[in-house]
Ligand binder design. Structure first.
Ligand code: 5GP
Ligand code: MG
Ligand code: MG
Length: 182
């Protein structure tokens, strides 16, 4: 039983839930990419925790790299136009690229990023997202191949996900008490 942070109202996915998801995804990815030239690309900073766990659950040879992007717009909603703050260090031409994301909401950020990566000529390009706000009536701009779990359409924190750069270190995913935003 983990101790809850005092700002957290409710835990949606426990450390154990997450460990099971990561194990399942790792086994699937290991099988699908056996013998391939796999490159995991995580989008900073939210996907760092998931990346660290996922890469250790994959038992086929792989490389990792990171990108940082910033959304243009008012900040609360994804605008779909992103600026690359940190680009890849490695060449992905003819390699099997898997983008590792923390959470997929509108998918506009990833759609933009994928178009950019496709222009570099990877052998394949897929997405593995830890959470997907795949709720009724909402459609993501991209279709992830691997999903840790579906998530309610609420603002979640923990396991890499922040609110104003806080809570990324929580080992579980939860929602914050309303007074935290006040
Ligand atoms: P999208 O372009 O898919 O609408 O936006 C996805 C990005 O928005 C995620 O990578 C994440 O950085 C941020 N985001 C979306 N929903 C949440 C949420 O519930 N909690 C947190 N902390 N970030 C979120
Ligand atoms: Mg992200
Ligand atoms: Mg954030």
């Amino acid at each position: 039983m983990e101790t809850m942070h005092p700002d957290v109202e409710k835990v949606l996915f426990s450390e154990e839930d997450i460990a099971n998801m990561v194990k399942r995804l790792g086994a699937q990815i290991s099988e699908d990419y056996k013998g391939k030239d796999l490159v995991l690309i995580a989008v900073l900073r939210g996907a760092v925790v998931f990346m660290g766990d996922l890469m250790r659950a994959i038992d086929t040879d792989l490389a990792i790299d990171f990108m940082a992007v910033s959304s243009y717009g008012n900040g609360t909603k994804s605008s779909g136009t992103v600026r690359i703050i940190k680009d890849l260090d490695i060449d992905i031409k003819d390699r099997d690229v898997l983008i590792v994301e923390d959470i997929l909401d509108s998918g506009l950020t990833l759609k933009y990023l994928m178009a950019n990566l496709v222009s570099r000529g990877p052998a394949s390009l897929e997405v593995c997202t830890f959470l997907w706000k795949d709720v009724e009536g909402k459609q993501a701009a991209i279709d992830p191949k691997y999903v840790g779990t579906h998530c309610p359409d609420e603002f979640v924190v923990g396991y890499g996900l922040d609110y104003a750069e806080h809570y990324r270190n929580l080992p579980y995913v939860g929602i914050l008490k309303p007074e935290v935003y006040a």
